[in-house]
Design a protein around this ligand. Sequence first.
Ligand code: GLN
Length: 492
Amino acid sequence: MAGMTLASARKALEARKISAVELIGAHIGAVDSLDGRLNAFITTSFDRARVAARVADERIAKGEAGLLEGLPLGIKDLFCTEGVRTTAASNILRDFVPPYESTVTANLLKQGAVFLGKLNLDEFAMGSTNLTSAFGGVTNPWQREGSDARLVPGGSSGGSAAAVAAGLVLGATGTDTGGSIRQPAAYCGVAGVKPTYGRCSRFGVIAFASSLDQAGPMARTLEDCALMLEAMAGFDPKDSTSVDRPVPRYTEALERGVRGLKVGIPKEYRVEGMPSEIDSLWEQGIAWLREAGAEPVEVSLPHTKYGLPTYYIAALAEASSNLARYDGVRFGARVPGASLDALYEATRREGFGEEVRRRILMGTYVLSSGYYDAYYLRAQKVRTRIQHDFLAAFEKVDVLLTPTAPSAAFAWDEKPDDPVQVYLNDVFTVPASLAGAPALSLPAGLDRQGLPLGLQLIGRYFDEETLFAAGRVMEKAARFTHRPAIVAEGLA
Ligand code: GLN
């Protein structure tokens, strides 16, 4: 079962070559044997999964199988799951059991998906390393050749990326506010899609920065991501920013090819100090698309250099406001105090980790009177400029190709002490988030140390189909079949 994808497992289930009970049992076994080393799961829900697998086998037998019937998925622990603890990797929600299901996970369950549990992340999805989790960091299943240094999986959806890469699940949900699906996908050698803002409902997804947060699929292949996204996406009256448009059959767009497409290469993404291997992989990606009939065109996104500062003002402002609800009264943990203010202070001091506290402080600062105009308002204006850059580029080209991240996965102990250095990781992913445009990352090659590197495609609003088609062309050319060595120890 080790080589399976969602698509191939689906076929095997349909043809009755395996049963859902066997498939789920094998993946539970893989979690049991490997997750002690990876820490990708915060909570497992194996009992529920075993029951769901039996139901799936019955539905398959009756010809009533859903799109993802009987397939093992992991859920980022930012999605509320009814009756299953949901922590956002924070102490403040350590014992929170939601009384309702997020729309995205409800949609997946409706299609027969089986959840093995809740996956680790950076606390409240704030980070690029998965080291800010209150439940401990996640270990990337990949290792540098000849070294046993423990690497980060990227973040914030690090548990999702690691679980897929290690073969613990066939797919996982992620969320992406500034790169949290794409960057960990790149670091762990898997595919990940951040759809257009508004494509997937945010209802029941614990909020970080509401104008940026978007859910999406992570899996080994783009075909698997397409399958998952078909199930996850759709209009939801419970999320006022969800968009009422039909969900296309993404799987049918995969083989469209790129003949005649114009592929924009944004010149501002050639940043200084980027490893030459990432540059050459990018060139390689351009060549793959050209050989398949696309025309590469250099384009300019002139406000790119303001992307990071704009993001780290807008996202933090929204976070400070969203996280105000964790006050020790209505949700989660409470630390008593002599007065109401003392209770708030003690609860929030104990409940939030360092990075979350830093962000609440900065977010509150940029929204405070006297600084609002200088920071928050200005950031909103620059955000509009960044959006306009993309709109102008998409008048000339159909899709943009860039690297996903400026480096491969780094070691736990190589994480810079300066938080701003960590923020620089998001340089290529943040602009599409600010614009609300869809983007994906696919594993495209290995660096000299044997670590995976990703390429990013950014598309027009609601044109995920072109992303899948162009991504599929590169996926075929890249023939990325590498897996981390640890996989062999998990699935039989
Ligand atoms: N790394 C970015 C941050 O720390 C993005 C996180 C995300 O997309 N959730 O904010």
